[in-house]
Design a protein around this ligand. Structure first.
Ligand code: NAD
Length: 257
């Protein structure tokens, strides 16, 4: 077993489900002390149970990532309980409803932007000072292939994920000289509870999407989590301000010959 996160403290948001849970398990399996944040307390308890059962270390807390009070209190708790922060995987997010722009409820647009984008600003704003005090570290923000494409019906989601790409680049520029690397991860179609629920509601869309992926299948949450952990590990020590696309080839473009 790799132990490259031994002695390191890792914050993971959205740790109660899907990609966040898989990443939390992997960080812990590699020796990291994981602090998992989510709104879903049941999901968090299960993630913690899985980590402790495998002999790892984890604490969890109910955090609404769109609330600055919640985010700052959680980082303060990590400081109090672990005394440092080495890596942060800012990953919590929602898809929002699917409507054409002319029909998109403005309040829903604001809500998706608050939960997906403003949250990443809040997380980085409060994580960066503790990362600096810990002697440097890494941040990985979860974007999406929707940071590069224009999925019809998903204007709020796409805008939020394009925004994460921009925030990531600015954070990387501002912090590269301070020993802090910031990157983004862009998953494609990943079979997490979020996608499984959406697929059940619209099976023909799901079939069309899977067929449009060169790999002809969705990704497993663990395949995405591996990339997040790599971006947070010293194996990626010269990668700054990039968005790593992990999508089974969905955004290659072109056509099969
Ligand atoms: P998921 O629904 O399994 O997990 C998301 C987690 O975020 C949930 O546990 C949820 O409770 C939590 N969350 C939602 N709002 C929150 C809030 N305000 N505060 C704290 N926690 C909150 O979905 P997932 O697929 O694992 O999603 C993780 C990230 O990956 C998201 O940012 C999503 O946009 C992104 N993503 C997913 C896919 C995919 O196909 N599944 C593709 C591209 C990007």
């Amino acid at each position: 077993m790799m132990d490259d996160f031994d002695g390191k403290v890792v914050l993971v948001t959205g740790a109660g489900s899907g990609i966040g849970r898989e990443a939390a398990l992997e960080f812990a399996a590699r020796g990291g002390f994981v602090f998992g944040a989510d709104l879903n307390e049941q999901g968090l308890a299960e993630t913690r149970r899985l980590i402790l059962g495998a002999g790892g270390r984890a604490e969890v807390g109910r955090v609404d990532v769109s609330s600055e009070d919640d985010v700052s209190a959680f980082v303060a708790r990590i400081d109090a309980e672990a005394g440092r922060l080495d890596a942060a995987f800012n990953n919590a997010g929602i898809t929002g409803g699917a409507h054409r722009i002319e029909d998109y409820p403005t309040d829903d647009f604001d809500r998706v932007l608050r939960i997906n984008l403003r949250s990443v600003l809040l997380c980085m704003k409060h994580e960066l000072p503790l990362l600096k005090r810990s002697g440097g570290g890494v941040i990985c923000n979860t974007a999406s292939v929707a940071a590069l494409t224009g999925p019809g019906g998903m204007c709020a989601y796409a805008a939020s994920k394009h925004g994460i790409h921009g925030l990531t680049r600015v954070a990387a520029m501002e912090n590269a000289a301070h020993g802090i690397r910031v990157n983004a991860l862009a998953p494609g179609w990943t079979e997490t509870p979020m996608v499984i629920t959406a697929s059940a509601q619209n099976p023909s869309f799901a079939a069309q999407t899977t067929n449009a992926i060169p790999a002809k299948r969705g990704g497993k949450p663990s395949e995405i989590a591996q990339a997040a952990v790599w971006l947070c590990s010293s194996a990626s020590s010269y990668v700054f301000g990039q968005m790593l696309i992990v999508d089974g080839g969905m955004t290659i473009g072109g056509f099969e010959f």
